[in-house]
Design a protein around this ligand. Structure first.
Ligand code: TXE
Length: 458
């Protein structure tokens, strides 16, 4: 008998559905089907692969509302965010549908013949997805991987498999061949590890915690298998005294409390120039109190619950011994509709650089605020972390904006803004935040290896 796991609605703590837990033999069978499907897929004319991906995008767009509602239930994402995420998947597919006809190699001058390069697909790509952005992170892997001529096996997180399962069904509905894109539900130690160890999976994409990512990378190294890693973060939001403080304070809650802080790009440290520190906190408090935490199905909600009871305990544990400055609101436990959800109020903590809250990824709606003295101190503090994923710089001084953005060791920075993700610009982290880049103009190429062929003419 196949074993199962229960998917829970984090807003109500009620069970939604039982999901099959694939074993190793079932994973191997899906990989074997992917090997066969990939051969036919890669031999199609580029325009046929482009058309197929556009058809997939159209079917996703037609089901965007259904996917969004599913994400509200399974992940507790506010409906506005979930709608954005579902449309984003269709846009990512459309963007990489342009890649099959653009994966041009080079012609390199040589004596006695002609030398050309080809971008060959790896074959089967294994994608391991976390629970925080189940649809979007999946699409950052499967869309460019398919565009480059690969087949994909994808493992969603046990907590949030529902939208990925639906995307697998929609791929078939759109006409993609059976086996080309297979969603396999199950545990990381079985299905995820099989992607790492199976000789026919030729590349792995992993998004999740740094500790598991290091294990996955070590396993891939043993198999000489390339791996892309998107891991944790402790990103800094740097606010200089010369910034538009009103604007910086109004934007700060969204930069860390979006998706209840369960975001690898969360600006979970706010570093404020000492001369503006008190004023900034005065401006931040009403912005945090105005952050609407509640039923994710309501259009006006900014933030839903955390993903699970156990994650809520982990987040709460980070506050032990900290200096909480102020909190926003969250539904109370006696609320008859929402009381059982995994709620946690947005929380602002005053911290010192060596405090745990200023160093470790909380992955919840908690932000640490620290003062800095000058530009050099700001860069030093921003880099005083194992991570290097994202960050923001608020200043009206152009030279400073350039200097600081070159000085901060992070993969994705924004000046006077908190944007991190646009599917047509590169995304990824430095240091313990990852290896390799996703999205942007080159992502499909990252799912190929270069073949060089010399044709003798003499
Ligand atoms: O992550 P895991 P979890 C951080 C965040 C969070 C913590 C734990 O701090 O609180 O990690 O989250 C699969 N081989 N981030 O436990 O375990 C697993 O099934 C292969 C930050 O969910 O890393 C899931 O599909 N795969 C991060 C995926 O890996 C394995 C996003 C991620 O799970 C595996 C998520 C194994 N041995 C968590 N073990 C971010 N910054 O975006 C597990 N998996």
């Amino acid at each position: 008998m196949t074993s199962t796991f229960t998917v829970i609605d984090p807003t109500t703590a009620r069970p939604i559905r039982e999901i099959a837990r694939a074993d190793e033999a079932q994973t191997d069978a899906a990989i074997a089907r992917a090997v066969v499907a990939q051969r036919s897929w890669a031999s199609l004319p580029p325009v046929a692969r482009a058309d197929a991906l556009r058809a997939f995008a159209r079917v996703v767009e037609a089901h965007a509302e259904e996917l969004a509602q599913l994400e509200v239930r399974n992940s507790g994402h506010p409906i506005g965010s979930a709608r954005w995420e579902a449309s984003h998947v269709a846009q990512v597919l459309n963007f990489y549908a342009g890649a099959p006809e653009r994966l041009s190699g080079q012609q390199i001058p040589v004596a006695g013949g002609m030398d050309v390069t080809f971008h060959e697909p790896y074959g089967v790509v294994g994608i391991i997805v976390p629970w925080n952005f189940p649809m979007t992170i999946a699409s950052w892997g499967f869309a460019p991987a398919l565009a480059a001529g690969n087949a994909v096996v994808l493992k969603p997180a046990e907590l949030t498999p529902l939208t990925a399962i639906r995307l697998g069904e929609l791929a078939l509905e759109a006409g993609l061949a059976d086996g080309l894109f297979t969603v396999i539900t199950g545990s990381g130690s079985v299905v995820g590890q099989r992607f790492v160890s199976h000789p026919d999976v030729r590349k792995v994409v992993f998004t999740g915690s740094t500790s598991v990512g290091m294990d996955v990378a070590a396993g891939c190294a043993r198999e000489l298998k390339p791996v892309t890693l998107e891991l944790g973060g402790k990103s800094a939001n740097l606010v200089f005294a010369d910034a538009d403080l009103e604007k910086a304070a109004a934007a700060a809650p969204g930069a860390v409390f979006d998706n209840a802080g369960q975001d690898c790009c969360a600006r979970s440290r706010i570093l404020v120039e000492r001369s503006a520190y008190d004023r900034f906190l005065e401006l931040l408090e009403p912005a945090v109190r105005a952050w609407r935490v509640g039923d994710p199905a309501d259009e006006g909600t900014d933030m839903g619950p955390l993903i699970s009871a156990s994650h809520r305990s982990t987040v709460a544990g980070f506050l032990d011994g900290t200096n909480v400055a102020f909190r926003g609101s969250a539904p109370a436990s006696d609320d008859p509709m929402l009381g059982d959800g995994f709620w946690f109020p947005p929380t602002v903590v005053l911290a010192e650089p060596h405090d745990r809250i200023a160093r470790e990824e909380v992955f919840g709606p908690v932000v640490a605020v620290l003062p800095f003295d000058d530009e050099a101190d700001a860069i030093r503090l921003a880099n005083d972390t194992a991570y290097g994923l994202a960050g923001s710089i608020w200043t009206e001084n152009l030279g400073r904006a350039v200097r600081v953005s070159r000085g901060v060791k992070s993969g994705v920075l924004s000046v006077n803004s908190h944007s991190s993700v646009r599917y047509w610009t590169p995304f990824g982290g430095m240091k313990a935040s990852g290896l390799g880049r996703e999205l942007g103009p080159d992502a499909a190429e990252h799912f190929t290896e270069t073949k060089n062929v010399f044709f003798a003419t003499e």
